[in-house]
Structure formats: C-alpha cells, structure tokens
Design a binder for this molecule. Structure first.
Ligand SMILES: [Zn+2]
Length: 482
C-alpha cells in the first residue's frame, strides 16, 4: 500500500474503500463474520506493522492505523473469528498500540484486547493505566448521552460494551487494581441506577469480576446506596439481572447461603431437581452420578466459578448453564476423546422427549420436534433463517439462555409431593458438537433484546445436520416456583 498512500488519486480510492469496510463492519455483524479470514485480518495487521503505533503525526498513516484497529475490533465481535486472532497472534502484535499516547489508538486497542483475552491465557496481559483511563473517559461520556453511547472520533460505543470490556480485562489482580484505581467503581454504580436491564447486567457482571480482589469489595461497599440497589436487583423480575445481582450480592455481602447452615454441604436446589428427575422415572443405567453438578447461583458462587469457558479445537466460547442442574450421562469410552476437541453447546427439549433421546442417544432434528418446529418454519418463511438453514436440523446454542427459551425447552408443571409446591420445570441437554459440522446463525426464536452478554443474537443459534456430530453428555433440569 506504500506507494498508493503517497499518490493523491490512489489515496482517495484507498480512503473511500477503507471507510466503506470500516462503516459496514461496524453496523453489519454478518460482514464482520465474513471478514474474519486469515487474509483480511493479516492485511490489517500488516498495516499496523508498517505504520506503527506512533503514527499520529502523519494524517494518512493515522487513518490507516485507526481504521485497521476499528475493523479488527469489529471482526473480534464474532466469537467464531476469535480463534483466528489467537492463530495470528493478534494479542502480541497490538500490545504496543495500547501504550500509544493517541487516545483513540490506545482505547480501541484495549477494546480489542478485552475481546480476545481469557482467564486461561498463560501469559497475563497487563492493561496500561492510561488506556484504562481513556476507557473510563469513554464510559463517562456514554453516561451523559441519552442512548448511553459514547463517541470516539468516528466510532460509537455503548455503555454496556465499555463496561463488559472492563470486566473482560479484569483477568488478574494487577488489571483489577488498575481499573479500580482509575475510578471505575463510582461510574459503574451510577450506571446501575440509570441503565436498563442489559446495561445493569453488564455492570453486575463487571463488578463481580472486579470483586475478585478484596480492595474492590471495600470500594463497592463504600458507595452509599449501592448495596440496597444490588439487593433490589437480586429480586428483579428479569431473570438475567436477578442471577447477576444475586451472584454479586453473595460476593460483597456476608454469606447468605442457606445450605451450609445445617453443617451438611448439600444444595437444596440440587436435591429438588433430583426429586424431579426421579419423578421422570428414567432408567438409572443412563446416568453417571459422579459428574453431576449444580449450577444454581449459590453453588456457582461457592465454586467461585466464571460464567464463560473455552472448549475445543479450535477453541470456542460457551456459557455455563447458570440456574440449571446437570445430571451427567454415561458416555462410551469411544467418545471420551471428543471432550477436549469438540465444542460445548445446549439443546432445549420437552420432558416427554427425554426418554427417547436417552434411549437412542440422538437429538431429534427440528422438523421432528413438536416444540419450536412450527415457529422455526414460520421464521424460515420470513427469511430469518441462518445461511444454509434447513428445517431438519438440530438447533443448538453455546448459551442455555437461548437453547433454554420456552419455545425450545417447553415448561412442564411439576408438583413436589413433600411440600405440595408447584414448579415450572424445564429440561435441556448439554452436548459436544464437532467443530466445523454446524452452521452459526442468528436467532430464529423471538427476542427483541440481547440474550447473552457474550454472544451476539446474530450468532446465537447453531444448526447441525448430522446426528453423529452431536454427542449428549448431560441432562439439565431447571425448576422455578410458580
Ligand atoms: Zn446448587
């Protein structure tokens, strides 16, 4: 690109083309997914290498660097692109840009790092204090905007995007202290008051990540009124907000868990789900109790667990099924090798379908299920189906929040005999799915709001065609008192 940059006519074309890709990758998620190829990302990295992190004095060079960073940021939004970022060692290559004294360059770089940094990374990444400060300036400006969006030159970032970025880089004590010392907590506290449910959930998520350090807990507790807001949100009618607030409440308030008070480390929710499972009278030969696990908020807190994990080759994110209880299934020795190599996903189903799924080991494809199929077909007819979608598909998701929606996991009424209480019961399966065997698409079930903090609604539905590419390994149960 070197000569073109100096030639005025060629530069006009380069600038126009870059601007088009930059703008469209900002507003079109599908384009972000498509642009996520080694060739395209490699070109952007090449520009960064050529023009460097201190290009602020040359307007053309600065434009190339900033547009490359923005496009990398947009491509990293698609979780299926993130393995390419690891393969191309984007993390190492952009680190110097985080320390740039150009605010836009440093901020966008930190936002990219927040998307591609994981707790499991072997080398801890240390967030630059100035870059964190810039991010907080962006967050503060978003709070002044009616739509809670902050502007950074030609880019717009929502308050929840910036908040989640802060939570994602809180992977070690050093970063947590940098964020807290930069004055993040009062900004998040204010956002908790003025934001809607999705913004509130992102704040609660980030506060919980930051509260992994004791210093943050005292900073949060020192803010007048915040504890009562968190307690109120822990009773919210929005389930995601309620879960996130309950987890934070357990972190910052004296332990309120009840199931240890009797001295026995037994979760009452798990025991209740066990009684529901017994009520289903499923043959015990399908199950392997040694891998049972309860993902209720209390148990999740007790394990001090994270919400998201990576699994498979290439590695892909999935969300732990918080709020559900897993009854592990026996898996054959021939399939144990897939656990590290395949991706994790969830499949919502009906109580009536469970026994046959266990019997045959196969998930019914969309057209065979009574639940969801009509709706999915209706969506298909409206042109909302993911590319390559076919009505005979197994509909999966990396988050139970989607796979466990009522349209897939149909509620069943369960009356618990001992207490005579009535519950809304739901079932789903946790599965391994072979990388490359499924298509990633946008939601076909109705939802006007973002479903999961980690996954865009544009990539939340996975459809697999071949039953052999999906292996079930856990029956998930969720009970809610009615
Ligand atoms: Zn539990």
């Amino acid at each position: 690109m070197g000569r073109g940059v100096e030639d005025q006519t060629a530069w006009f074309g380069i600038r126009l083309l870059r601007s088009i890709f930059w703008t469209y990758s900002d507003i079109n998620f599908k384009l972000c997914q498509k642009l996520g190829s080694e060739d395209f990302l490699g070109l952007l990295l090449e520009d960064l290498k050529v023009y460097g992190s201190s290009s602020a004095t040359n307007e053309k060079h600065r434009f190339l660097v900033i547009s490359a960073l923005y496009m990398l940021h947009n491509c990293a939004k698609a979780s299926e692109n993130r393995h390419l970022f690891r393969k191309l060692q984007v993390h190492e290559k952009i680190l110097p840009f985080m320390r740039s004294d150009d605010m836009t360059v440093a901020t966008v770089t930190l936002l990219i790092l927040s998307q591609i940094t994981y707790h499991s990374d072997r080398t801890p990444f240390h967030a630059d204090a100035d870059a964190v400060q810039y991010l907080l300036v962006l967050l503060a400006s978003a709070q002044e905007d009616l739509n809670l969006c902050g502007k950074l030159e030609d880019g717009t970032f929502s308050a929840s995007d910036v908040t989640l970025a802060l939570g994602n880089i809180a992977t070690n004590d050093s970063n947590i202290l940098t964020i807290v010392q930069a004055g993040c907590i009062p900004l998040l506290a204010r956002l908790l008051e003025i934001g809607g449910p999705y913004v509130q959930e992102s704040v609660l998520f980030t506060l919980r990540e930051l509260c992994r350090h004791e210093k943050t807990i005292s900073e949060v507790s020192a803010i007048t009124g915040i504890t009562s807001i968190i307690e109120q949100l822990a009773e919210s009618c929005d389930e995601s907000t309620r879960q996130a607030a309950s987890m934070l409440k357990l972190k910052i308030l004296p332990d309120t868990r009840t199931f240890e008070s009797g001295g026995r480390d037994r979760c009452p929710y798990q025991a209740l789900c066990q009684r529901f499972k017994e009520h289903l009278q499923l043959p015990g030969s399908y199950f392997d109790e040694s891998f049972n696990i309860c993902y209720c908020v209390n148990c999740h807190h007790k394990r001090d667990d994270r919400l998201y994990y990576l699994r498979g080759k290439p590695a892909k994110d999935y969300a732990l099924p918080v709020g559900w209880c897993r009854f592990a299934l026996k898996v054959s020795s021939e399939t144990t090798h897939i656990f590290k190599k395949w991706h994790v996903a969830f499949y919502g189903t009906t109580v009536e379908a469970v026994e046959n799924i266990l019997k045959y080991g196969n998930l019914p494809r969309t057209e065979n299920t009574a639940v969801g199929s009509n709706h999915a077909r209706e969506q298909c007819s409206q042109g909302l189906e993911p590319p390559g979608y076919h009505t005979k598909q197994v509909c999966l998701s990396a988050t139970i929040r989607y796979a466990g929606m009522d349209v897939y996991s149909k509620p069943h009424t369960f009356i618990e005999i001992r207490t005579n209480k009535t519950y809304k019961a739901k079932v789903a399966f946790q599965v391994c799915v072979k990388p490359g065997s499924y298509k990633v698409g946008q939601k076909t079930a109705r939802s006007s709001t973002p479903i999961d903090l980690k996954f865009s609604n544009h990539e939340i539905e996975w459809s697999a065609r071949e039953l052999k590419d999906v292996v079930i390994y856990g029956l998930l149960v969720k009970l809610q008192i009615t």
